[in-house]
Design a protein around this ligand. Sequence first.
Ligand code: FRU
Length: 495
Amino acid sequence: MTSQTLREARKYEEASEKMITRIERPAFHLSPRTGWMNDPNGFSWYDGKYHLFYQYNPYASQWGPMHWGHAVSDDLLHWEYLPAALAPDEACDRDGCFSGSAVTLPDGRQLLMYTGVVRERQANGGYSEVQTQCLAVGDGVDYEKYEKNPVLDEKDIPEGSSRYDFRDPKMWQEEDGSYRCVVGNRAADGSGQILLFSSPDGFEWQYEKVLAGNHGRFGRMWECPDFFPLDGKWVLVVSPQDMLPSGFEYHNGNGTLCLIGEYCRETGEFTEMSDQSVDYGIDFYAPQTILTPDGRRVMIGWMQNWDTCNHRRKQEEAWFGQMSLPRELSIKEGRLYQNPIRELEEMRTGRVSYDNIIVSGTVRLEGIRGRRIDMELTVRPVEGCDLYRKFAVRFAQNELYYTSLSFRPGESVLKVDRKFSGSRRAIIHQRRSMVKHRGGELKLRMVLDRFSVEVFVNDGEQALSAVLYTDQEADGISFIADGTVSLDVTKYDLV
Ligand code: FRU
């Protein structure tokens, strides 16, 4: 039975989506049907399609009462909206259906686990949100909340751990058919920790252990965990709040990192070996992964940063928030690699390519422009010339605006900067990252989709994402060298 709250949300989104024309949205990055979007939820392959749910406030382009929006796709690039899947309409979730995940049950139904939020009056008159884990079961369109909700609450967490910070369950199924999930939580010392739970059937859950603890290393609370095997290792992805920068890592305040290590399925023991930022740009948070039917591990994140949500197109806008490109993951030499899913290549048309262009000063190239493009660049020093000091590509450019990606080989630093992208807000608009290069040779792939750029460095060694709201007419691209470089460029339009 659909509740009144959900029926209203469905009616509202159907009517107000019509107010948004296609060109006002990204073309192949999922944006909310209407209103506000944050984290990807319930990312899954179900009944012959990819399903992606998302944290959703249909009624405003601001965070608010959390619903789950819903969309499906055959290739993770072309999305079709389905009616909102969950609304805050039960005693266990009346103040929000927060992030969670999805698995398929043996009987073919889809099981969603999400965080139910209930505001609780505190002695000082303020409110805190009590968080529990809840279930809903459905057929890929309509979901029925489980009558025994919540299935995990304060009774199921270690002594002293916070019942106010206990959220974002990510489930998976083991080979023996049983289920596991990881949930973000705060330990008695206030530091983030990831709890592991198990279930024989997806409905009865029990606490196993602390899978990983922050112990004051990376920020405070750890949100939105994901945990999966990849190339012989196990990867724990978490999104810590309130991080301190360390060298060139963890500059985002709220950012996403991964811990790569070994996991023993019998004991549930995770042994960390290394840590790194997942995205070195400005906008990336709370990602989820799936295993595709052909065995690829693919990740989608919220292409946004909580700290820069005032960076908007305009105050009154019909939608806010978008997902990142789906990225294929791998591990090479102990590091996480990310590349756009290969299906993106099927959208390529209008190839324009140049080899060995000598750039000294500013160069524009015939046919190289656009705001929905996939562009590969290789930049290298020129024999007989000194090592160049700086190479930059300016894009989304017109007389007034541009965003730039610049590289200084002497410092090994790549910088994305959207200060001149048209934003009228004095918030963080740039990020610098250390990159590897061979004597000044660097490979970049840039994917633009109207309101964003995602950069993949050296065939996936690093990714940098940033949203930009520059007028769409600003579609120029230019290349600039301080010194002399040789440049190869291949650009495709994405349609
Ligand atoms: C992360 C997050 C989650 C929570 C959701 C609420 O961005 O804070 O921890 O479930 O957003 O919308």
